[in-house]
Design a protein around this ligand. Structure first.
Ligand code: MG
Length: 160
């Protein structure tokens, strides 16, 4: 079977007094994403990338945000659910790469922790997981510190 690529993207508004969770890592800050779950944009983009690569739709199809069962869920549960669905179909994750766009705080000191957490969730060595941290150069809502966005690409391969 040929390899499959998947792409995911997500954005959440940031508001005061919410925890800032990115890539499964809680980062000290005075605001965090608004969302039905914990609003982890990086894990949401990863979940969508995995689903897209496998031909399984998108995060909204699988984890309906109008369903109270998903309220306040930790986003790592979405990733592990989808990784299990991939395994049932004879697929596994071969590599992950991603970009997080956040004006502040700087995510550089947290990149390795995010890579390690994602690697653990998808069953990869950390050197097969990329996380880049960018700012939005003070442009638009992300640049004003009012939103966070992430983009993720994954490669799936068949289990031998
Ligand atoms: Mg989201």
């Amino acid at each position: 079977m040929s390899p499959r690529v998947g792409l995911g993207w997500d954005l959440h508004r940031l508001e005061a007094e919410r925890p800032l969770v990115v890539g499964g890592v809680t980062i000290p800050h005075d605001r965090g994403p608004v969302g039905h779950s914990d609003g982890d944009v990086l894990l949401h983009a990863l979940t969508d990338a995995l689903l897209g690569a496998a031909g399984l739709g998108d995060i909204g199809d699988r984890f309906d945000d109008r369903d109270p069962a998903h309220a306040g869920r930790a986003s790592h549960e979405f990733v592990t659910d989808v990784v299990a669905a991939l395994a049932e179909r004879g697929l596994r994750v071969a590599s992950v790469d991603s970009v997080v766009v956040l004006e502040r705080p700087r995510l550089g000191p947290h990149k390795l922790a995010m890579r390690a957490r994602i690697a653990e969730l998808v069953g990869l060595d950390v050197d097969r997981v990329g996380v880049k941290a960018k700012t939005h150069e003070r442009v638009d809502a992300i640049g004003a510190g009012d939103a966070i966005a992430a983009q993720c690409v994954v490669l799936l391969e068949a289990v031998d």
